[in-house]
Design a binder for this molecule. Structure first.
Ligand SMILES: *Cc1c(COP(=O)(O)O)cnc(C)c1O
Length: 391
């Protein structure tokens, strides 16, 4: 199911067959199961001789539509949708890995994924080795005979490092590893990892794909043989996406391109503002010329995205003063919403890490992450400015 039309067209026009009612916009199929005409049809469905819906824990028209769209946008063969991004990450690994398998993962990854790798997978004898983005040329030494997966996010959360997907894709191929990319920050509109050799791409659809802070969802797309394993595991274990959330997310995809472009327009303005503000030390944004991996970002991303990280000079306390003086923007840990969101990772999402562990993933005490929304950017900048002046 590769991309046939241009991105925006596939995001809007990939749809289910119309029902007898000839609806223009796809309807919502709130049904837990599906009926059969006769015993033979039922037998054939359970023998998987014919593709059709049986039970919504397996597939449902709304989840299938959502998956088809993501496949078209990512250039993927097949996919499966989950109740959340973490549902997608856990189920994909659980389906593909066995006891004694080894994961090679970038160190800067989403907090719950880190917990999965360090607290839960060891229960099933699955070990993870972390590498730093700067060690990308020395990865060969970390590969074991049991290494099965190479896992990365790019850009990373919240440090906004950019990893070279092309180099990693070649490395994975050389060592016969399954290359998995969490593409949540970029969305398929800005970055399509399969073109750089990814075998699987995972999204938390909760973020920019929904884009309006309403529903949770996740999806894994990529190589059909791997998706088949993931599907068989998932239809028996029950992490599937609800039809309602799938319906919401499919509608959201229709506006993904225009929304993300506007998010990027606004983020670029905020970056310009932050770079000249006297109480700001450092601004990290993949498409800022000062970003250490600017050239890599340019090579693999269409634009820089809507997440910015910057450091206030006042450290942990300066960051707290900044948050306490914010009036318009939201203090929340979510991202990719229409509303601009600010958070201080060192005192919230990453407070359980030691200062050394935080430093290893570029999280300083005064680091603030902004998810730039779709408000009039002048109002956002006005709010940030008055809060920064008091930090
Ligand atoms: C939010 C997020 C996840 C987890 O997604 P949920 O939908 O919250 O389960 C995974 N990876 C990244 C990069 C995220 O930002």
């Amino acid at each position: 199911m590769s991309q046939k039309n241009k991105f925006e067209t596939d995001a809007i026009r990939t749809q289910l067959e119309r029902s007898q009612f000839q609806e223009h916009s796809n309807p919502l199929f709130l049904t837990s199961s599906f009926v059969f005409e006769d015993a033979e049809e039922m037998r054939a469905a359970f023998a998987e001789e014919k593709e059709r819906n049986v039970y919504s824990r397996f597939t449902n028209p709304n989840t299938s539509e959502f998956v088809q769209k993501i496949c078209a946008l990512e250039g993927a063969e097949d996919g499966y949708a989950f109740a959340s991004g973490m549902g997608a990450i856990f189920s994909s690994f659980a389906a593909l890995l066995n006891a004694d398998d080894h994961i090679l993962s970038a160190r800067a990854i989403f907090g719950s994924t880190h917990s999965l790798f360090t607290k839960f997978f060891p229960k099933w004898k699955i070990e993870t080795t972390y590498f730093d983005a700067s060690d990308i040329d020395q990865l060969d030494a970390l590969v074991r005979p049991t290494t099965k997966v190479l896992y990365v996010e790019s850009p990373t959360n919240p440090g906004l490092q950019v990893l070279d997907l092309d180099i990693l894709g070649q490395f994975a191929k050389k060592h016969n590893l399954i290359f998995v990319v969490d593409n949540c920050f970029a969305t398929p509109y800005l970055q399509q990892p399969i073109a750089f050799g990814a075998d699987l791409v995972i999204h938390s659809a909760t973020k920019l794909i929904d884009g309006q802070g309403r529903v949770l969802g996740g999806v894994t797309v990529g190589r059909a043989d791997l998706i088949r394993e993931i599907y068989l595991f998932s239809r028996n274990t029950g992490p599937s996406l609800s039809p309602f959330n799938a319906w919401v997310l499919s509608k959201s995809l229709e506006t993904l391109a225009v929304r993300v472009d506007k998010h990027c327009d606004n983020a670029e303005e905020v970056v310009k503002f932050l770079e000249q503000h006297p109480t700001v030390n450092e601004v990290r944004y993949p498409f800022s010329k000062k970003h250490p991996q600017y050239q890599i970002a340019k090579k693999q991303m269409k634009r820089g995205g809507n997440i910015i990280a910057f450091e206030v000079k006042g450290g942990l306390e300066g960051g707290q003063r900044f948050l306490n003086n914010i009036k318009l923007c939201s203090l929340s840990s979510n991202l990719g919403d229409t509303r601009t969101i600010v958070t201080q990772p060192a005192s919230t999402t990453h407070s359980k890490l030691s200062p050394e562990e935080r430093a290893a993933v570029q999280i300083t005490d005064g680091l603030i992450r902004i998810s730039v929304g779709l408000e009039a950017v002048d109002d956002v900048i006005k709010d940030l400015n008055q809060a920064l002046n008091q930090s």
